[in-house]
Design a protein around this ligand. Sequence first.
Ligand code: MV4
Length: 451
Amino acid sequence: MFHRILIANRGEIALRIIRAARELGIETVAVHSTADVNSLHVKFADQSLCIGPPPSKESYLNIPAILSAAEVSGADSIHPGYGFLSENAEFAEMVQHSGLGWIGPRPEMIRMMGNKIRAKEAMKDAGLPQLPGSEGVVREERELIRLAEKIGFPVILKAASGGGGRGMKIVHEKEQLGNAFRTASAEALAAFGNGDMYVERYVQQPRHIEIQIVADEHGSIVHFGERECSVQRRHQKMLEESPSPALNDKLRERMGRVAVEAMRKIKYNNVGTIEFLLDERSDFYFMEMNTRIQVEHPVTETVTGIDLLKEQIRLASGEELGRTQKSIQLKGHSIECRINAEDPITFAPSPGLITAYHQPGGLGVRVDSLAYEQYRVLPYYDSMVAKLIVQADSRPAAIMRMRRALHEYIVEGIKTNIPFHKKLLTYDAFVQGRYDTRLVERLLAENPTLA
Ligand code: MV4
């Protein structure tokens, strides 16, 4: 087992990793930018080291500074959290070549899933259902037209190096194909240094459902059920829940089984998430795979009763999974609201000093947060300041509990999206569980003023 983990991250996830490590009896080393010196991860880690000025590129993305901090502090492993360097295969390799433990999957897994075309091909070979589309890169316009006519319109063009909604273009008719292809490819080349594009049938109103995978280094793999992530705006998730109101036991069992089988075929290790699109007919298709712990992991912890961070650390150190699929039972219902420092109407970031702060508590309420009274939300980083997670026996009870918890939440001095969440938690389509990725768009169209 590891003895001292360096956390190459900040904010609530750094704190989350510190909590898991301490329960495992492992020491932690925080790294921080000059702007983050007063943050909770610095306060609660056993040691802390400054790694650079506020901009992420010079601190949380500064690989030489982070590797030096690991050496100086005597860390034996690195946890990258999410975002920042968490899906950087070169960084994972450098960590391992420095003789440190990498708390994540093997670099080759990160590299494969980072290229969406390679990921798609590998997952097709591994048996995951795929939307009709190109096999590999689309090289030229004539090829694209031929494919699109075979698939049928609308189609979606995606960048091999995109992901999370970046580098995509929906095309409704043949006449728009050439233009879309050239612009999308040029944009992808400029943004990611790779202009490779692929094409798929476009699903108009999908749900985003993801399966949590947990795998050891010895071939044991299980899934921890699904998360429903369709409540998003411009590819930013706002609320997640588990289980999904769109799945029944049979569909969950099938999605979980094919996901685990696919992971077995590629010999995946550590935690990961397979994202699926689910259409109105309850057919599901592979979309992308994330090779990191995710923001929304707490809803899965809540319904499984298992600490995913502790599992992730334990498995990265080479320990055996020691769990069977049958032993993983989903109980009750969990919802997470992402609390962001942003204007609830314009969604513009709202950094600044938190002048008053009171977080909800009581039965079935969890808050994972970097915030406290007099904390200054910084303009350099992500605007998410807390995750409010509730647990209850049923989905209706979880909704009531979340409404109650949101009612108790006091944050003054900055704007937050708490008013948005209050609206969402009473919105009929959400309450009924009948929604897809367009829910937020519809809610906002019907509620021009949310404050
Ligand atoms: C799609 C799609 C419909 N059809 N692919 C968005 C993020 C990236 N992971 C892929 N995305 C989509 N791919 C096909 N073939 C619709 C989306 C999509 C979406 C997916 C999940 C959650 C929210 C979304 C919002 C808009 C579009």
